[in-house]
Write a protein that binds this ligand. Sequence first.
Ligand SMILES: [Zn+2]
Length: 560
Amino acid sequence: MKYLTVLVLLLAACSKPSSTSTPQQIPMSQLPSVDPEAILAHTKVLSSDEFEGRGPGTKGEELTVTYLVDQFKKIGLKPGNTDGTYVQKVPLVGITPAPAPLVFEKAGRRQTLRWKDDVVAWTKHVADSASINRSELVFVGYGIVAPEFNWDDYKGVDVKGKTLVMLVNDPPVADATNASELDPRVFGGKAMTYYGRWTYKYEIGAQKGAAGVLIVHETVPAGYPFEVVQAKTTEQFDLVTPDKNMGRANVEGWITLDRAKALMQMAGQDFDGLKKEAARRDFKPVPLGVTASMTVRNTLRTIDSQNVVARLDGSDPARRDEYVVYTAHWDHLGIGPEVNGDRIYNGAKDNAIGTAGLLELARAFTKVSPAPKRSILFLSVTAEEQGLLGSQYYSVTPIYPLRKTLANINMDGLNVHGPTKDLTLIGYGASDLDDYAKAAAAEQGRVIRPDPETEKGFYYRSDHFNFAKQGVPALDPDEGVEFVGKPADYGKQVRDDYTEHDYHKPSDVIRADWDLAGAVEDLRVFFAVGYRVAQADKFPEWKPGNEFKAIREEMLNNGN
Ligand SMILES: [Zn+2]
């Protein structure tokens, strides 16, 4: 080591000063170490029974936020909020809808859909009630506006005040050269794009000024049975926006496939025929000549939760106001229904360990030399489990402008079963960040594995997605599956075992057999990606064809 230092000093002394615009990319092997003992120690505290499963708005939140702030201070990071604190307040509202029927009417004929059996609906309005009253129903196919695919299901038709009936998922557009396959150039082929997610459907409906949005539930395209939708009849959390969510449609919901078919019959239409038409670019909205009425009454509960945020200032004065953001959600499910005599949902893997990784990355970043040119933000968000709400709040109310935010790297769970030969990247090929990750993994002699189930749209299901949605390139890494020295099916086995027995259950706790050697290697990749982006001459970009590329370019060009 000593010889190397001398040699470097000699070289530095002899050579001409290097251009400051050249990124100094130090090899992976020279990055500061990441300490597995520290990760385990933080995880132990965060997932302890004392922290009560880290439910937002509970004593568990108080303890967690205090712990994280103390740790960031100890590491030497600055308050991440410009108000001089380490927190960003996140106002949440819990909304419980009361059961109510949905009524379709046409020329004196009625169909009444029963709450929960036939329809699950709610309002995001922070109000006692919201309704649609004899609102005209319009079938809008998949309800999508996607300029990059030259796709617009509305064709300029005014749907203000109407109630839209939409299909879930992306339109299945057949490949022109092989009709048995989906065209990979339109809506990602087999992969699900954001346009296919149910959350998009309600957002576009609101943008179009619709009074109501009803999605037709179909098990295969949705990826889950109607029971999953029925679970939404309990309290659901949302952000309280300045307009109290009044910009959303009055009523949002799902109806069963059977009721959708009956509705189309009442309208003199054929569901299967309409569905076929909806997969075509020249589809036009179909007014159904039927009205919908429903009144949703709410029970409301407001909660003030918090994101925790710490900052490491960039070393280059010209780059200091540009940011790389690491995220990991601190929250879990809190105290809930008893399972095997236990009511505390400790969430050790989900996501005490990711939060621990965030702290350890923050510490390592203070040790790297040269220090990062750009600033690094460590953001531990709340209410991921309630629908990615803490990260959504940051992304729509950012502390630092998103056009100056180069990248988001998110950690949700870390590998606890030892070293792997691979690292999974969900939505692989989305942005230049994937290339950074690939290069870093290659330096460890490891490979990148693309998301094995692109059709399930996992890229849209964790906190990084809120950054992506606003245009910021975002990396969504997941554990590898090929374990060093283990049988080929070991990765799948431990994964399935966790999903079946521990995921979102009180039994998600630290195990005696945990081996964090693989987590350390993964964290070093995340470190290298963020560090190298912080040093680079150029902002990372979305790859051509990505659905967030246009938003990013507009943001960078218009400078807002
Ligand atoms: Zn999680």
